[in-house]
Design a protein around this ligand. Structure first.
Ligand code: SF4
Length: 208
């Protein structure tokens, strides 16, 4: 499957904001946005002007990059969100937030969604007692997320859990640090997404 293999910091610079794709480095002064906050490339320091379509496209790319979702899967998620009751944009964000790679990141087992994706793929997590190695797996209310025997030995997870106090936990999740067990308390809350995302622009883009 096609994957983006270039520097992920370029993606942040393209979107003009921190997308938090590199774990601890994103919080340090080594972050590329801190050093060179302009788009990559020869004309990066010019002043970009976006049409309505351009703005919608950038918003879609931004969200796709934050969650590490490829175009086809993202399109499918937008269609699913549109078929649900309620505000389509909010449904979209809730579906993305419920991805297992995002949830293990939010719970503090890993320092980035990309790391979450990798460790889920490597079989480090169980959902309700069963090993799940599909990063796009969607959790539901009352699900329990735990480590497999392999996950319990992973130094990266141990390190991330050690820094848990420095992370803010959304109200729809809770973690028992001693048991290393996370619980989904409710559906994701839109207002707790701290990144500036205008999801209605994405819905408009796909409604063209
Ligand atoms: Fe983005 Fe993190 Fe790279 Fe900064 S360090 S540019 S937030 S991926």
């Amino acid at each position: 499957m096609a994957r983006y293999n270039d520097s992920v910091c370029r993606l942040c610079r393209r979107e003009g904001m921190k997308l938090f794709l590199k774990g601890d480095r994103c919080f340090s002064d080594k972050c590329s946005i801190e050093r060179r906050n302009y788009p990559p490339g020869q004309h990066g320091q010019g002043r970009p002007k976006f049409s309505d379509y351009g703005q919608q496209l950038r918003e879609k790319q931004k969200v796709r990059r934050i969650y590490g979702v490829l175009e086809r899967q993202f399109r499918k998620t937008v269609d699913e969100a549109a078929a649900l009751k309620g505000v389509k944009g909010e449904n979209l964000m809730a579906l993305l937030e419920r991805r297992l790679d995002n949830v293990v990141f939010r719970l503090g087992f890993v320092t980035s969604r990309a790391e979450g994706r990798q460790l889920v793929r490597h079989g480090h997590f169980k959902v309700n007692g069963r090993r799940v190695n599909i990063p796009s797996f969607r959790v539901r209310k009352d699900d329990k997320i735990e480590l497999t025997a392999r996950g319990a030995k992973a130094a990266r997870i141990e390190g991330a859990l050690g820094a848990l106090e420095t992370r803010s936990m959304p109200s729809w999740l809770s973690i028992d640090k001693d048991l290393k067990q996370g619980t989904i308390l409710a559906d994701p809350v839109r207002d707790e997404l701290t990144l500036p995302i205008q999801e209605q622009l994405i819905i408009e883009l796909y409604s063209r």
